[in-house]
Write a protein that binds this ligand. Structure first.
Ligand code: ZN
Length: 190
């Protein structure tokens, strides 16, 4: 797959409003990819980013300090209604946040570090990797007044200073659009 979606690929990928499970085509430190889908009362955000945009390493955490760094990051991510602002009049409620990374075990990413039975293989394939890892976040809101949904402000840049740019592909009631968010310009409108 090409580094960024071509126009045709975007139409194909979004035709059913379901997110494509795309390959990690772009691992550029400082840059994250985001898919935004607004359909009726549902707002779905899928973020795919180098892990290093959110914490100071991209390998499996070894020290307690590194594990704590992951928990702190997960805590910020789980409060996604602070990271993503929708119009108050739309009456949106955060429904779901799921976090996943090949470098991080599920228990570190889950609320309060609760150990999950299905925690992924902690021995991992560290030596098989290239020293880089991504974080994938899926976030869903449901809104009482979807007709008021016309913008999204992303507040991630202040929370995560290593993040400099988010490349957005969006499907909303007004159509498909691409946008680029930076700390200076962090609102998308449709
Ligand atoms: Zn990397």
């Amino acid at each position: 797959m090409k580094k960024f979606f071509g126009h045709v690929a975007v139409i194909g990928a979004f035709i059913s409003f379901s997110f494509p499970v795309y390959a990690h085509e772009a691992h550029v430190h400082g840059v994250a990819q985001m898919n935004l889908a607004v359909e009726g009362p549902e707002v779905e955000i899928e973020l795919d980013s180098p892990l290093g945009n959110f914490i100071s390493f991209e390998n499996q955490p070894e020290t307690d300090a590194q594990k704590q760094e992951v928990r702190d990051m997960a805590l910020i991510m789980r409060e996604a209604d602070k990271l993503f602002t929708l119009p108050p009049a739309a009456g949106c409620q955060l429904q779901e946040v799921s976090l996943e990374s090949d470098a991080l075990s599920a228990d570190l990413l889950s609320p309060a570090g609760v150990r999950q039975v299905a925690a992924q293989n902690e021995t991992g394939d560290e030596q098989a990797g290239d020293g880089h890892a991504d974080l994938e976040a899926k976030i869903a809101f449901t809104c009482r007044n979807p007709e008021k949904l016309n913008s999204l402000t992303v507040n991630m840049f202040r929370a995560f200073p290593n993040l400099h740019e988010i490349e957005v592909q969006m499907v909303t009631p007004t159509g498909q659009k691409a946008a680029e968010l930076t700390p200076e310009s962090s609102t998308i409108r449709w």
